[in-house]
Design a binder for this molecule. Structure first.
Ligand SMILES: [Zn+2]
Length: 433
Protein backbone atom coordinates (compact mmCIF):
# COMPACT_ATOMS: atom_id res chain seq x y z
CA UNK A 1 0.00 0.00 0.00
CA UNK A 2 1.20 3.48 -0.86
CA UNK A 3 0.22 6.57 1.05
CA UNK A 4 -0.21 10.05 -0.38
CA UNK A 5 -0.39 13.00 2.00
CA UNK A 6 -1.33 16.20 0.23
CA UNK A 7 -1.90 19.91 0.83
CA UNK A 8 -0.12 20.11 4.17
CA UNK A 9 2.39 22.50 5.64
CA UNK A 10 5.58 20.44 5.81
CA UNK A 11 7.57 21.41 8.89
CA UNK A 12 10.94 19.68 8.96
CA UNK A 13 13.76 21.21 11.01
CA UNK A 14 16.63 19.15 9.55
CA UNK A 15 15.82 20.22 6.00
CA UNK A 16 14.89 23.73 7.16
CA UNK A 17 11.47 23.27 5.61
CA UNK A 18 8.28 25.14 6.36
CA UNK A 19 6.46 24.95 3.06
CA UNK A 20 3.30 23.63 1.44
CA UNK A 21 3.62 20.30 -0.24
CA UNK A 22 2.81 16.62 -0.70
CA UNK A 23 4.50 13.54 0.64
CA UNK A 24 4.61 10.25 -1.22
CA UNK A 25 5.20 7.10 0.82
CA UNK A 26 5.97 3.78 -0.83
CA UNK A 27 6.81 0.51 0.90
CA UNK A 28 7.15 2.25 4.22
CA UNK A 29 9.68 4.75 2.95
CA UNK A 30 9.39 8.44 2.03
CA UNK A 31 9.68 8.27 -1.76
CA UNK A 32 9.14 11.92 -2.61
CA UNK A 33 8.55 15.35 -1.12
CA UNK A 34 6.84 17.65 -3.60
CA UNK A 35 6.88 21.29 -2.66
CA UNK A 36 4.52 23.75 -4.33
CA UNK A 37 5.74 26.83 -6.05
CA UNK A 38 3.72 30.04 -5.54
CA UNK A 39 -0.01 29.40 -5.80
CA UNK A 40 0.57 25.99 -7.28
CA UNK A 41 -1.77 23.29 -6.07
CA UNK A 42 -1.21 19.68 -5.20
CA UNK A 43 -0.81 17.33 -8.13
CA UNK A 44 -2.72 14.76 -6.07
CA UNK A 45 -6.41 15.22 -6.80
CA UNK A 46 -8.91 14.84 -3.98
CA UNK A 47 -11.80 13.52 -6.06
CA UNK A 48 -14.14 12.64 -3.23
CA UNK A 49 -13.42 15.58 -0.95
CA UNK A 50 -12.81 13.21 1.98
CA UNK A 51 -9.94 13.79 4.40
CA UNK A 52 -9.03 10.14 4.11
CA UNK A 53 -9.86 7.51 1.50
CA UNK A 54 -8.51 4.30 0.01
CA UNK A 55 -8.58 4.16 -3.79
CA UNK A 56 -9.25 1.14 -6.04
CA UNK A 57 -5.56 0.25 -6.06
CA UNK A 58 -5.55 0.12 -2.27
CA UNK A 59 -3.52 3.29 -1.89
CA UNK A 60 -4.40 5.61 0.98
CA UNK A 61 -4.92 9.35 0.42
CA UNK A 62 -4.77 11.75 3.30
CA UNK A 63 -5.75 15.36 2.65
CA UNK A 64 -3.77 17.46 5.12
CA UNK A 65 -5.29 20.83 4.18
CA UNK A 66 -4.68 23.30 7.00
CA UNK A 67 -2.54 20.79 8.88
CA UNK A 68 1.13 20.28 9.61
CA UNK A 69 3.07 17.31 8.27
CA UNK A 70 5.99 16.72 10.62
CA UNK A 71 8.57 14.03 11.37
CA UNK A 72 7.13 11.59 13.93
CA UNK A 73 7.75 12.89 17.43
CA UNK A 74 10.40 11.23 19.59
CA UNK A 75 10.05 11.05 23.37
CA UNK A 76 13.23 10.34 25.34
CA UNK A 77 11.48 9.83 28.65
CA UNK A 78 8.48 7.54 29.15
CA UNK A 79 7.47 5.16 31.93
CA UNK A 80 5.61 2.23 30.40
CA UNK A 81 5.30 0.50 33.80
CA UNK A 82 5.63 -3.02 32.34
CA UNK A 83 6.75 -5.37 33.82
CA UNK A 84 5.40 -5.04 37.32
CA UNK A 85 2.96 -2.14 37.35
CA UNK A 86 0.57 -3.02 34.55
CA UNK A 87 -2.33 -1.61 36.58
CA UNK A 88 -0.81 1.85 35.95
CA UNK A 89 0.11 1.35 32.25
CA UNK A 90 1.38 -1.43 30.02
CA UNK A 91 3.36 -1.46 26.82
CA UNK A 92 0.26 -1.77 24.62
CA UNK A 93 -1.67 1.08 26.28
CA UNK A 94 1.46 3.23 26.49
CA UNK A 95 2.09 2.79 22.76
CA UNK A 96 -1.52 3.73 21.99
CA UNK A 97 -1.10 6.82 24.13
CA UNK A 98 2.13 7.67 22.28
CA UNK A 99 0.49 7.25 18.86
CA UNK A 100 -2.42 9.48 19.86
CA UNK A 101 0.14 12.10 20.86
CA UNK A 102 1.98 11.97 17.50
CA UNK A 103 4.95 9.99 18.85
CA UNK A 104 6.53 7.36 16.62
CA UNK A 105 9.50 6.51 18.86
CA UNK A 106 9.54 6.45 22.65
CA UNK A 107 12.26 5.53 25.13
CA UNK A 108 11.13 3.64 28.21
CA UNK A 109 12.78 4.04 31.59
CA UNK A 110 14.02 0.99 33.53
CA UNK A 111 12.32 1.52 36.92
CA UNK A 112 9.97 -1.40 36.40
CA UNK A 113 9.67 -4.53 38.56
CA UNK A 114 11.90 -6.36 37.85
CA UNK A 115 14.17 -3.52 36.78
CA UNK A 116 15.40 -3.44 33.15
CA UNK A 117 18.98 -4.33 34.08
CA UNK A 118 19.70 -7.52 32.10
CA UNK A 119 19.30 -9.09 28.67
CA UNK A 120 16.27 -11.18 29.64
CA UNK A 121 14.05 -8.29 30.80
CA UNK A 122 15.24 -6.14 27.89
CA UNK A 123 14.27 -8.88 25.46
CA UNK A 124 10.90 -9.25 27.16
CA UNK A 125 10.11 -5.52 26.88
CA UNK A 126 11.34 -5.39 23.29
CA UNK A 127 9.26 -8.37 22.21
CA UNK A 128 6.13 -7.10 24.02
CA UNK A 129 6.64 -3.78 22.22
CA UNK A 130 6.62 -5.58 18.87
CA UNK A 131 3.15 -6.90 19.70
CA UNK A 132 1.86 -3.36 20.28
CA UNK A 133 0.62 -0.93 17.63
CA UNK A 134 3.90 -0.33 15.80
CA UNK A 135 5.24 2.65 17.75
CA UNK A 136 8.96 2.02 18.24
CA UNK A 137 9.97 1.43 21.82
CA UNK A 138 13.61 1.76 22.79
CA UNK A 139 14.67 0.65 26.24
CA UNK A 140 16.90 2.64 28.51
CA UNK A 141 18.78 0.19 30.72
CA UNK A 142 19.42 0.67 34.42
CA UNK A 143 22.84 1.97 35.53
CA UNK A 144 23.10 -0.50 38.41
CA UNK A 145 21.61 -3.91 39.14
CA UNK A 146 18.08 -3.55 40.57
CA UNK A 147 18.79 0.21 40.70
CA UNK A 148 20.52 -0.37 44.01
CA UNK A 149 23.44 1.91 43.22
CA UNK A 150 26.10 -0.75 43.83
CA UNK A 151 26.96 -3.10 40.98
CA UNK A 152 26.84 -2.09 37.31
CA UNK A 153 24.02 -3.61 35.26
CA UNK A 154 24.86 -5.80 32.24
CA UNK A 155 25.08 -3.11 29.53
CA UNK A 156 26.64 -5.39 26.88
CA UNK A 157 23.99 -8.04 27.43
CA UNK A 158 21.18 -5.51 27.12
CA UNK A 159 22.72 -3.90 24.02
CA UNK A 160 23.11 -7.20 22.17
CA UNK A 161 19.49 -8.25 22.61
CA UNK A 162 17.48 -8.96 19.50
CA UNK A 163 19.74 -7.94 16.66
CA UNK A 164 23.27 -7.82 15.33
CA UNK A 165 22.50 -4.67 13.37
CA UNK A 166 24.89 -1.79 13.89
CA UNK A 167 22.06 0.78 13.86
CA UNK A 168 21.30 2.16 17.29
CA UNK A 169 17.55 1.81 16.68
CA UNK A 170 17.92 -1.98 16.43
CA UNK A 171 19.89 -2.36 19.63
CA UNK A 172 18.42 -3.66 22.86
CA UNK A 173 18.95 -0.36 24.70
CA UNK A 174 19.61 3.20 23.54
CA UNK A 175 21.09 4.54 26.76
CA UNK A 176 21.42 3.94 30.48
CA UNK A 177 19.74 5.71 33.38
CA UNK A 178 18.87 5.23 37.01
CA UNK A 179 15.79 7.42 36.45
CA UNK A 180 13.73 7.87 39.57
CA UNK A 181 16.83 8.19 41.68
CA UNK A 182 20.40 9.49 41.65
CA UNK A 183 23.37 7.11 41.90
CA UNK A 184 24.98 8.39 45.10
CA UNK A 185 28.37 6.67 44.82
CA UNK A 186 30.73 8.72 42.61
CA UNK A 187 33.00 5.74 41.92
CA UNK A 188 30.09 3.67 40.67
CA UNK A 189 29.00 6.64 38.52
CA UNK A 190 32.46 7.07 37.02
CA UNK A 191 32.75 3.36 36.21
CA UNK A 192 29.26 3.43 34.61
CA UNK A 193 30.10 6.49 32.53
CA UNK A 194 33.38 4.97 31.30
CA UNK A 195 31.51 1.85 30.24
CA UNK A 196 28.80 3.97 28.54
CA UNK A 197 31.50 5.80 26.60
CA UNK A 198 33.12 2.51 25.54
CA UNK A 199 29.77 1.19 24.26
CA UNK A 200 28.62 4.43 22.62
CA UNK A 201 25.65 4.79 24.96
CA UNK A 202 24.21 8.08 26.20
CA UNK A 203 24.12 8.41 29.98
CA UNK A 204 20.76 9.82 31.16
CA UNK A 205 21.18 11.58 34.47
CA UNK A 206 18.35 11.93 36.97
CA UNK A 207 19.77 14.77 39.05
CA UNK A 208 18.38 15.18 42.55
CA UNK A 209 18.92 17.67 44.19
CA UNK A 210 18.95 19.05 40.68
CA UNK A 211 21.61 21.76 40.40
CA UNK A 212 23.99 20.07 42.84
CA UNK A 213 23.95 16.75 40.97
CA UNK A 214 24.06 18.46 37.55
CA UNK A 215 27.32 20.04 38.66
CA UNK A 216 28.66 16.73 40.00
CA UNK A 217 27.64 14.71 36.93
CA UNK A 218 29.09 17.27 34.52
CA UNK A 219 32.45 16.88 36.25
CA UNK A 220 32.20 13.06 36.27
CA UNK A 221 31.14 12.92 32.61
CA UNK A 222 34.04 15.17 31.66
CA UNK A 223 36.44 12.88 33.51
CA UNK A 224 34.94 9.79 31.85
CA UNK A 225 34.63 11.46 28.44
CA UNK A 226 31.07 10.21 28.04
CA UNK A 227 28.01 11.82 26.52
CA UNK A 228 25.65 12.97 29.23
CA UNK A 229 21.99 13.87 28.93
CA UNK A 230 20.09 15.52 31.78
CA UNK A 231 16.50 14.40 32.33
CA UNK A 232 13.59 16.70 33.26
CA UNK A 233 15.53 19.93 33.88
CA UNK A 234 13.43 22.46 35.78
CA UNK A 235 15.72 24.98 37.50
CA UNK A 236 17.50 28.13 36.40
CA UNK A 237 20.66 27.16 38.32
CA UNK A 238 21.05 23.86 36.51
CA UNK A 239 20.31 25.51 33.15
CA UNK A 240 23.14 27.99 33.81
CA UNK A 241 25.52 25.10 34.54
CA UNK A 242 24.50 23.24 31.36
CA UNK A 243 24.86 26.40 29.27
CA UNK A 244 28.34 26.91 30.64
CA UNK A 245 29.33 23.27 29.97
CA UNK A 246 28.06 23.52 26.39
CA UNK A 247 30.12 26.67 25.88
CA UNK A 248 33.16 24.69 26.97
CA UNK A 249 32.37 22.15 24.27
CA UNK A 250 31.34 19.23 26.49
CA UNK A 251 29.06 16.61 24.90
CA UNK A 252 26.08 17.47 27.10
CA UNK A 253 22.39 17.62 26.23
CA UNK A 254 19.26 18.19 28.29
CA UNK A 255 15.51 17.89 28.20
CA UNK A 256 12.63 19.53 30.00
CA UNK A 257 8.93 18.66 30.04
CA UNK A 258 5.84 20.75 29.18
CA UNK A 259 4.78 21.21 32.82
CA UNK A 260 8.07 22.98 33.59
CA UNK A 261 7.47 25.77 31.06
CA UNK A 262 3.73 26.20 31.61
CA UNK A 263 3.00 25.75 35.33
CA UNK A 264 4.53 27.15 38.51
CA UNK A 265 4.52 26.04 42.13
CA UNK A 266 1.61 28.47 42.66
CA UNK A 267 -0.56 26.23 40.46
CA UNK A 268 -0.11 23.13 42.63
CA UNK A 269 -2.69 23.91 45.34
CA UNK A 270 -2.32 20.43 46.81
CA UNK A 271 -3.58 18.81 43.58
CA UNK A 272 -1.98 15.31 43.35
CA UNK A 273 -2.14 15.61 39.54
CA UNK A 274 0.33 18.48 39.81
CA UNK A 275 2.72 16.50 41.99
CA UNK A 276 5.83 15.26 40.21
CA UNK A 277 9.58 14.97 40.69
CA UNK A 278 11.25 17.42 40.22
CA UNK A 279 8.37 19.57 41.49
CA UNK A 280 6.93 22.62 39.76
CA UNK A 281 9.17 25.63 40.35
CA UNK A 282 8.85 29.41 40.65
CA UNK A 283 8.18 31.88 37.81
CA UNK A 284 11.89 32.69 37.39
CA UNK A 285 12.70 29.04 36.73
CA UNK A 286 9.81 28.74 34.26
CA UNK A 287 11.14 31.79 32.43
CA UNK A 288 14.66 30.29 32.37
CA UNK A 289 13.34 27.00 30.95
CA UNK A 290 11.53 28.85 28.14
CA UNK A 291 14.63 30.89 27.28
CA UNK A 292 16.75 27.74 27.30
CA UNK A 293 14.37 26.06 24.86
CA UNK A 294 14.70 29.06 22.58
CA UNK A 295 18.51 29.25 22.69
CA UNK A 296 19.04 25.47 22.61
CA UNK A 297 20.54 25.01 26.07
CA UNK A 298 17.60 22.66 26.53
CA UNK A 299 17.74 20.48 23.43
CA UNK A 300 14.57 18.46 23.75
CA UNK A 301 11.06 18.40 25.12
CA UNK A 302 10.34 15.02 26.72
CA UNK A 303 7.20 14.09 28.64
CA UNK A 304 8.37 12.05 31.64
CA UNK A 305 5.03 10.30 31.06
CA UNK A 306 4.45 8.70 34.48
CA UNK A 307 1.03 7.07 34.74
CA UNK A 308 -0.46 6.13 38.11
CA UNK A 309 -3.72 4.50 39.08
CA UNK A 310 -6.59 6.81 39.96
CA UNK A 311 -6.72 5.32 43.47
CA UNK A 312 -3.06 6.24 44.06
CA UNK A 313 -3.54 9.76 42.80
CA UNK A 314 -6.71 10.35 44.83
CA UNK A 315 -4.79 9.95 48.08
CA UNK A 316 -4.08 13.13 50.09
CA UNK A 317 -1.38 15.26 48.43
CA UNK A 318 1.42 14.24 50.81
CA UNK A 319 0.80 10.52 50.23
CA UNK A 320 0.13 10.58 46.48
CA UNK A 321 2.95 9.27 44.24
CA UNK A 322 5.02 11.60 42.05
CA UNK A 323 4.40 11.77 38.33
CA UNK A 324 2.03 12.96 35.62
CA UNK A 325 1.05 11.60 32.21
CA UNK A 326 2.13 13.61 29.19
CA UNK A 327 2.20 11.74 25.87
CA UNK A 328 -1.24 12.91 24.75
CA UNK A 329 -0.89 16.56 25.73
CA UNK A 330 2.77 17.30 25.01
CA UNK A 331 2.42 18.63 21.48
CA UNK A 332 -0.78 20.60 22.07
CA UNK A 333 0.45 22.24 25.29
CA UNK A 334 3.86 23.03 23.76
CA UNK A 335 2.36 24.37 20.54
CA UNK A 336 -0.22 26.49 22.37
CA UNK A 337 2.28 27.94 24.84
CA UNK A 338 5.34 28.34 22.64
CA UNK A 339 4.34 28.63 18.98
CA UNK A 340 0.83 30.12 19.11
CA UNK A 341 2.30 32.89 21.28
CA UNK A 342 5.05 33.55 18.73
CA UNK A 343 7.85 32.57 21.13
CA UNK A 344 9.14 29.65 18.99
CA UNK A 345 8.94 29.14 15.24
CA UNK A 346 7.22 25.95 14.06
CA UNK A 347 10.55 24.40 13.02
CA UNK A 348 12.05 25.25 16.41
CA UNK A 349 9.32 23.38 18.28
CA UNK A 350 9.42 20.37 15.95
CA UNK A 351 13.21 20.22 16.33
CA UNK A 352 12.85 20.02 20.13
CA UNK A 353 10.31 17.21 19.77
CA UNK A 354 11.79 15.12 16.94
CA UNK A 355 15.19 15.82 15.37
CA UNK A 356 16.95 16.82 18.61
CA UNK A 357 15.83 13.83 20.73
CA UNK A 358 16.58 11.47 17.81
CA UNK A 359 20.08 12.93 17.60
CA UNK A 360 20.66 12.52 21.33
CA UNK A 361 20.21 8.74 21.12
CA UNK A 362 21.81 8.54 17.68
CA UNK A 363 18.89 7.17 15.66
CA UNK A 364 18.11 8.09 12.06
CA UNK A 365 14.72 9.57 12.84
CA UNK A 366 13.23 12.99 13.36
CA UNK A 367 13.47 14.21 9.79
CA UNK A 368 11.64 13.77 6.50
CA UNK A 369 14.47 12.35 4.42
CA UNK A 370 13.70 10.85 1.03
CA UNK A 371 14.53 7.14 1.13
CA UNK A 372 14.20 6.86 4.91
CA UNK A 373 11.43 5.20 6.96
CA UNK A 374 8.19 7.17 6.88
CA UNK A 375 7.67 8.09 10.54
CA UNK A 376 5.28 11.03 10.36
CA UNK A 377 2.61 12.91 12.29
CA UNK A 378 -0.15 14.98 10.70
CA UNK A 379 -1.43 17.60 13.12
CA UNK A 380 -4.37 19.99 12.93
CA UNK A 381 -2.86 22.99 14.70
CA UNK A 382 -5.97 25.13 14.21
CA UNK A 383 -8.18 22.74 16.16
CA UNK A 384 -9.00 24.05 19.64
CA UNK A 385 -10.30 21.71 22.34
CA UNK A 386 -10.35 21.15 26.07
CA UNK A 387 -8.03 18.45 27.50
CA UNK A 388 -10.16 15.68 28.97
CA UNK A 389 -8.88 12.58 30.76
CA UNK A 390 -11.74 10.53 29.27
CA UNK A 391 -10.11 10.87 25.85
CA UNK A 392 -6.77 9.43 26.94
CA UNK A 393 -5.62 6.11 25.56
CA UNK A 394 -3.24 5.89 28.52
CA UNK A 395 -4.46 4.03 31.57
CA UNK A 396 -3.15 6.98 33.57
CA UNK A 397 -5.51 9.95 33.85
CA UNK A 398 -3.17 11.97 36.07
CA UNK A 399 -2.60 14.98 33.84
CA UNK A 400 -1.95 18.47 35.21
CA UNK A 401 -3.57 19.89 32.06
CA UNK A 402 -7.11 18.56 32.42
CA UNK A 403 -9.61 21.30 31.63
CA UNK A 404 -7.02 23.37 29.77
CA UNK A 405 -7.92 24.84 26.37
CA UNK A 406 -5.30 23.94 23.80
CA UNK A 407 -4.68 23.97 20.06
CA UNK A 408 -3.25 21.04 18.15
CA UNK A 409 -5.05 17.79 17.48
CA UNK A 410 -2.93 14.92 16.18
CA UNK A 411 -4.91 13.67 13.19
CA UNK A 412 -2.73 10.83 12.08
CA UNK A 413 0.44 9.07 13.22
CA UNK A 414 2.41 6.94 10.79
CA UNK A 415 5.25 4.54 11.62
CA UNK A 416 7.25 3.00 8.77
CA UNK A 417 4.47 3.95 6.34
CA UNK A 418 1.69 2.31 8.39
CA UNK A 419 -1.01 4.34 10.06
CA UNK A 420 -0.93 3.59 13.79
CA UNK A 421 -3.39 6.28 14.84
CA UNK A 422 -6.09 8.30 13.13
CA UNK A 423 -8.44 10.62 15.02
CA UNK A 424 -12.07 9.63 14.77
CA UNK A 425 -13.81 12.44 12.89
CA UNK A 426 -16.95 12.37 15.01
CA UNK A 427 -15.00 12.32 18.23
CA UNK A 428 -12.85 15.21 17.09
CA UNK A 429 -15.91 17.27 16.16
CA UNK A 430 -17.53 16.61 19.53
CA UNK A 431 -14.50 17.85 21.36
CA UNK A 432 -14.09 21.01 19.31
CA UNK A 433 -14.63 24.21 21.26
ZN1 LIG B 1 11.13 9.72 34.80
Amino acid sequence: MNLFISNGLIVDPENGLEAMGDLVIEDGVIRDIRLYRNQEKSSIKNVTGDDYRIDEQGNAHLDARGKWIVPGLVDLHVHLREPGFEYKEDIVSGCMSAARGGFTTICCMPNTNPVIDNAYITLMVNSRAKEANGVQVLCIGAVTKAQEGKELADYEGMLRVGSHSSHMIDRGICGISEDGKTVEDCEVMLAAMKKAKELGLTFFSHAEPEAEIVERDLALAEAAGCRIHFCHISEKRSIDLIREAKKRGLPVTAETAPHYFTLTSNDVKEDPNKKMNPPLRGPEDVEAVRKALKDGTLDAIATDHAPHHEKEKSRPFAEAPNGVVGLETSFAVSYTELVKTGFLKPVELIRRMSAAPAGIIGIERGSLWIGKPADIAVIDVAREYVVSAEDFESKGKNSPFIGRKVYGQVECTIVGGSIVWRADREEVRKRAV
